[in-house]
Design a protein around this ligand. Structure first.
Ligand SMILES: [Zn+2]
Length: 138
């Protein structure tokens, strides 16, 4: 289902696809986590993304760049969807506080150790797990 709920400013910000539908379109099997929706990330959020970020998973919502959103809708983003689904499970397993502390702690620790943004980002344990999940599923 592609929904266009009313009330906000632009079509991009309103577009949404349910996780069930995205999984079916991208050939991802398994039980869809309940209540998760995929949306185009608002411009203000995308401005915070450094480098080639395609999506960001927060509790209950996967925010995607417009290109990534189209790919998820069209069923050509299987690896990305599996990656973000791993983050959905991490949020659920560790809780908002636990996820945030570990995610930021890994990043800040690596930065303080002198690593670049890109290296510190790639070293975040949750990111390593999500990349492994996507790799294993392909
Ligand atoms: Zn990730």
């Amino acid at each position: 289902m592609v929904g266009m709920p009313g009330g906000a400013s632009t079509a991009d910000n309103l577009a949404a696809v349910t996780i069930d539908d995205a999984m079916a379109r991208n050939g991802v099997v398994g039980s869809p986590p309940p209540g998760v929706v995929i949306r185009v990330a608002p411009a203000w959020l995308r401005r915070l993304w450094v480098g080639p970020v395609q999506a960001m998973t927060l509790p209950g919502v996967i925010y995607a760049s417009p290109d990534a959103f189209r790919a998820l809708e069209q069923g050509t983003a299987r690896a990305l969807l599996i990656h973000e689904l791993e983050h959905v499970h991490q949020w659920r397993d560790h809780g908002r506080l636990g996820f945030t502390i570990r995610y930021l702690g890994d990043y800040v620790g690596a930065r303080l150790a002198g690593f670049s943004h890109a290296t510190a980002y790639r070293a975040i344990s949750f990111e390593r797990e999500a990349r492994a999940a996507a790799r294993d599923a392909m």
